[in-house]
Each structure stands twice: as C-alpha cells, then as structure tokens.
Design a protein around this ligand. Structure first.
Ligand SMILES: C[S@@+](CC[C@H](N)C(=O)[O-])C[C@H]1O[C@@H](n2cnc3c(N)ncnc32)[C@H](O)[C@@H]1O
Length: 213
C-alpha cells in the first residue's frame, strides 16, 4: 500500500531538484537512522514522519562514501534494488557500513515477477494466470504506472544470492510474503498474492568474524 501512496511523489522526481546534504560526519552521533533516496519529493514525504532521531540524505545508494565503515546495526532496502543498475555495488556498500553482526533486510520485487509479463486475463477481466517469460534475460524492463514511465532491472534469484554472498553476507532467511489472516477482508485486491510470489524479503547477516577463504 505504501508504494501506491507514494507514487505521486515519485512522478515528481526531477534530477535538477536541489536538496541539502546534511552534515553527516563520522563523529556525529545525533542520528540513529539515516534515510537515503535520490528523489527529493520522496525524502520530503519521509521527513514528514521524522521522529527527531532520523535524518534524510539525497544520495545514490550505490556510492555511500559519506557514511563511515561499520557505523550501523541494521540496513533496510525497501523496493529499491530492482531500481538500481548496479545492485551489487549497493550490497557491497551496505556490507561496508554495517557493524560485524549487523543485518541487511532487502524487500524486493520477486524475480519471477520482474522478468516479464503481467496477468493473462479472461474477457470479463478475471485473472487466469501470470505470464512468465525471458526469466534468464537479465537487464532493464520499461513499464508504465499511473502514466509514468519506469525502468526496473530484472535479475534471476541466483544472481541476487551470488552477489550477496560475494559481498560477504551470510543468507539468513528468504521470505516470500503472503497476506495474513484478516488481510484479504481489508484488502481484497491482494488476493493474487496467494497465487503468485510478487515480492521477496532477503535477510542477510554480516558475519561477526570475517571468514577467510
Ligand atoms: C519503488 S520506490 C520505493 C521507495 C521507498 N523505499 C518506499 O518505501 O516507498 C524506489 C525508490 O528508489 C529510489 N532510487 C532509485 N535509484 C536510486 C539510487 N541510485 N539511490 C537512491 N535511491 C534510488 C527512487 O527514487 C524511489 O524513491
């Protein structure tokens, strides 16, 4: 639901917009959480929910050199890696800024749904089944939502998992979320979430002790 709520903000993203880079110094301890995005309206929306212990930075998550090594206990990537041309660089950067024993939780489009194809529908609009094709053909996929053009990047499940391990992470869990009891009464449009995996959550751990090959 959050994505739908925030789409108007995404539609207004313009690379020329300016956003002050806050004073995030290695010594700074005033923030407990840092939110990073390349889109100023997204940061403004997030900043409205700020608690005072968080701050927001306009930056590319593929290059976070303004954050020092080993500074964070937890990193969360919410529907962002599918937008990145170089998700491997983002994974390496997150590994760098996490403390040993830290966790990286990634919610992403499920690779089966980022490949290609929507629902094949009957004449009355009923969803018959999802079309899955070009799964092993990795790369950009252009699509439209609410009249806005987007480019996402499709990778296979094995490409994601290999890159996380190469970055140094241990795979702790892979979750394919589905609606829970009571959700469908509130959000009947989520019924297809019980038929196909739309999203996946990967829980990664930075080993407390470096493992040498
Ligand atoms: C599908 S939206 C999800 C936004 C947000 N995480 C949320 O929960 O609503 C993907 C976000 O990734 C951001 N993004 C895309 N490429 C980025 C990059 N290289 N660095 C930082 N953010 C990026 C976009 O600006 C957009 O806000």
């Amino acid at each position: 639901m959050g994505i739908i709520f925030r789409q108007p903000a995404m539609a207004k993203c313009r690379p020329s917009q300016k956003w002050p880079i806050p004073d995030w110094t290695p010594e700074s301890t005033k923030w407990q959480a840092v939110g990073i995005d390349l889109c100023p309206p997204m940061l403004l929306s997030a900043a409205k929910l700020a608690t005072g212990k968080d701050s927001y930075v306009l930056a590319d998550v593929q290059d976070m050199r303004f954050l020092r090594d080993g500074a964070f206990d937890l990193a969360v990537s919410y529907l962002n890696q599918c937008d990145l041309p170089d998700f491997e660089a983002n994974s390496r950067e997150v590994f760098r800024v996490l403390k040993p024993g830290g966790r990286f939780i990634i919610a992403n489009l499920h690779p089966m749904r980022s490949a290609v194809g929507g629902w094949l529908k009957a004449e009355d609009g009923a969803k018959l089944h999802v079309i899955l094709d070009r799964y092993f053909d990795e790369g950009g996929r252009r699509w439209k939502m609410l009249g806005v053009d987007f480019t996402n990047f499709h990778r296979t499940l094995s490409t994601y998992i290999r890159a996380y391990r190469q970055a140094g992470f241990a795979i702790e869990e892979i979750i394919e979320p589905t609606p829970e009891a009571g959700d469908l009464e509130r959000f009947p449009e989520l019924d297809d979430e019980l038929r196909v995996p739309n999203f996946m959550i990967v829980v990664l751990g930075k080993p407390a002790i470096a493992i040498l090959d």
